[in-house]
Design a protein. Structure first.
Length: 118
C-alpha cells in the first residue's frame, strides 16, 4: 500500500525559508517521479514542482528560482526547499506520485500547511 507522509510546514514571515519533506513507502521509490502540489484557500490544487526518477526537475513559473525539489532514494524521501517565501505561497502542500497506469498523479499525502505572513 502506497503511503506518502509530508512534514515541515509551518508559519513563517515573507522572505523566510522552509523545507518540506515527503516520506514514501509501499513502492519502489527510485522508479517513480514525484511531485509537489499546493491548494490555497478557495483555490484548486495546482502543480508546484516535480522530479523524475532520473533527477530531472520541473517547476511552475510562480516558484522558479525560489523553490528546489530534490530526492534521496536511499531515504525514500522527496524534498521541497522553499526560499524567499511570499504570502501568495500560503497553501496546503501535498506530495503525489503517479503510481497507476494512467501516468497522472493518483496517490497523495495528507498535506502540510504553509502559512506566510506579510
Amino acid at each position: 500500500q502506497v503511503q506518502l507522509v509530508e512534514s515541515g510546514g509551518g508559519l513563517v514571515q515573507a522572505g523566510e525559508s522552509l523545507r518540506l519533506s515527503c516520506a514514501a513507502s509501499g513502492l519502489t521509490f527510485s522508479s517513480y517521479r514525484m511531485g509537489w502540489f499546493r491548494q490555497g484557500p478557495g483555490k484548486e490544487r495546482q502543480f508546484v514542482a516535480q522530479i523524475t526518477s532520473s533527477g530531472r526537475t520541473y517547476y511552475a513559473d510562480s516558484v522558479k528560482g525560489r523553490f528546489t525539489v530534490s530526492r534521496d532514494n536511499a531515504k525514500n524521501t522527496v524534498y521541497l526547499q522553499m526560499n524567499d517565501l511570499k504570502p501568495e505561497d500560503t497553501a496546503v502542500y501535498y506530495c503525489g506520485v503517479p503510481y497507476g497506469n494512467s501516468g497522472t498523479f493518483d496517490y497523495w499525502g495528507q498535506g502540510t500547511q504553509v502559512t506566510v505572513s506579510s
